[in-house]
Design a protein around this ligand. Structure first.
Ligand SMILES: NC(=O)c1ccc[n+]([C@@H]2O[C@H](COP(=O)([O-])OP(=O)(O)OC[C@H]3O[C@@H](n4cnc5c(N)ncnc54)[C@H](O)[C@@H]3O)[C@@H](O)[C@H]2O)c1
Length: 476
């Protein structure tokens, strides 16, 4: 089938590339000439694990190309996906400007019988709205369907290749049949994928309901974690006790510094806004967002409290800027709230992230320092704050922290470090929903001049066995 995908962001590019490797003839369109030029040269505009290989494979087979010319691509396509951004507007509602422009850009050229598929996350009723825009422009009806996307940044390729479900919001059987045919290779290869056909309005609501529910799980566990801190309970024990209940499960119940990203914050607010526009009351939805905004202030508060309310002149390292591991996306990331607060308080900030540094630099410019190597960011620092649970941070060895930084203070905003190791290493260790660990002594300054012992240098290897590692550290 000939397919056009409008928008080459996280959703559009992944969708286009996966459909292309499955044999469809795909053209990806973007208004951003620089992105398209880069894609033609094999440079991806985003980081997403494995996406470079999928794109390269599809291009080498001749199934995927890139253009800024939406009309020409749409003119020969059987299916036209709209996968542009639907960001939050000032009122909190979804801003449909990009979607409307994208729809207009293909309206007159889409051939009769083509299906326009909204993949962007949109308020209930958008399907009708876009169908009207297209009809007003081209003078005849074109089928507009909804096919919400459930991929997660960081695992987008795998999610798209192996989805839990495909939702088709269609007005008639023909549109459903064509889309089912388009997805037939995916349905055949996916491990356990269900296909549901429904009205577009239900498809639109399904996406919002799913995202709001996941956001609610995060806000819920964060609220319980905050209570734990005041009640001498340990959230990690509570989580184990709670999540082993099969009715509850483990997913999206990790306490942390708050959720971010391009979806949860705006989608929760968009549904609240849509409900309010109808005079509806959405107490749960509003609270999810409020709890999350409060949670984003938790790490700045912990840092400030440790330094007795004054971080002026303190050098703070921040590891992890992306809103979650596996992505370079920093939209609404809690790291931004933290850095803003530290700078406001007069601290010096040095940062590291494996993928998101360019994006954070676009916000903070020369106000902070950037390090390609994570330990370089620690140099002469008074404290480290971990804001994203990248794999490469999880094995942080307390003795290496002490060696590279000025102090022995760590804030674990994702409960991803090994608390046991730090408990034996005389560190001030703060996490979420757990009692802080306090160091009994300050490390002597002269210790910084020693070269690390062989034990210390090899500690990360040793730490692969936590029990043994704890002993090694205790003896250093
Ligand atoms: N990012 C995710 O994890 C995710 C997951 C599921 C659903 N969604 C939803 O999918 C939609 C897209 O999200 P995204 O993260 O891929 O967005 P994005 O911002 O990464 O990409 C959007 C792309 O569309 C392009 N664009 C904008 N207007 C255009 C036009 N008129 N013609 C051609 N290109 C145009 C932009 O230049 C950009 O490259 C949103 O509605 C989002 O809520 C996102």
């Amino acid at each position: 089938m000939k397919v056009t995908v409008i928008g080459t962001g996280y959703v559009g590019l992944v969708t286009g590339a996966i459909l292309a490797v499955q044999g469809q003839d795909v053209t990806c369109v973007d208004i951003d000439q620089k992105k398209v030029d880069g894609l033609r040269r094999g440079i991806l505009p985003i980081f997403e694990p494995g996406l470079d290989k999928v794109v390269a494979l599809a291009v080498s087979r001749g199934n995927l190309d890139f253009t800024t010319d939406a009309a020409t691509a749409a003119a020969v396509s059987d299916v036209i996906f709209l996968a542009v951004g639907t960001p939050q507007s000032e009122s909190g509602a979804a801003d449909l400007t990009y979607l409307e422009t994208a729809a207009e850009s293909i309206a007159c050229s889409a051939k009769k019988g083509a299906i326009v598929v909204i993949k962007s996350t949109v308020p209930v009723g958008t399907n009708k709205h876009i169908a009207e825009i297209i009809k007003a422009k081209c003078g005849y009806d074109i089928d507009v369907a909804n096919n919400p996307e459930f991929l997660k940044e960081g695992t987008a390729v795998a999610d798209c290749q192996n989805p839990d479900r495909i939702i088709l919001g269609v007005r008639n059987k023909r549109a459903g049949d064509i889309l089912e045919q388009l997805y037939a290779p995916l349905l055949a290869s996916a491990v356990k994928c269900k296909l549901f056909t429904m009205e577009p309005e239900s498809a639109e609501m399904t996406k919002y309901a799913a995202n709001c529910f996941l956001a609610m799980k995060i806000s819920f566990i964060n609220e319980i974690a905050n209570l734990c801190e005041h009640l001498e309970a340990d959230i990690e024990d509570v989580r184990r006790g709670m999540c082993t209940d099969r009715r509850i499960g483990w997913e999206f119940l990790n306490p942390g510094a708050g959720y971010g990203g391009s979806c949860f914050p705006k989608d929760v607010r968009a549904l609240v806004s849509q409900a309010e526009a109808m005079g509806g009351d959405t107490r749960i939805l509003k609270t999810i967002d409020e709890v999350n905004e409060r949670q984003k202030a938790v790490m700045p508060r912990k840092v400030l409290a440790h330094f007795k309310g004054d971080v002026r002149g303190k050098k703070i390292a921040v590891w992890g800027l992306a809103f979650k591991p596996g992505t370079d996306d920093i939209r609404e990331a809690p790291s931004i709230t933290l850095i803003e607060s530290l700078l406001k308080g007069g601290a010096e900030v040095s940062v590291h992230d494996p993928e998101a540094m360019k994006n954070i630099e676009a916000i903070f410019g020369n106000q902070i320092t950037y390090h390609d190597e994570k330990y370089a960011a620690l140099k002469a620092c008074d404290a480290l704050v971990v804001m994203t649970d990248w794999e490469e941070y999880k094995g942080l060895d307390p003795s290496l922290l002490r060696w590279h930084s000025n102090g022995n203070v760590v804030f674990d905003g994702r409960n991803c470090l090994n608390r046991d190791w730090f408990s034996l290493s005389n560190t001030d260790f703060y996490s979420i929903g757990q009692e802080p660990l306090r160091s009994a002594v300050c490390w002597p300054k002269e210790a910084k001049n020693e070269t690390p012992s062989e034990n210390t240098a090899n500690a990360q290897t040793e730490l692969a066995q936590p029990g043994k590692a704890a002993l090694v550290l205790a003896c250093l």
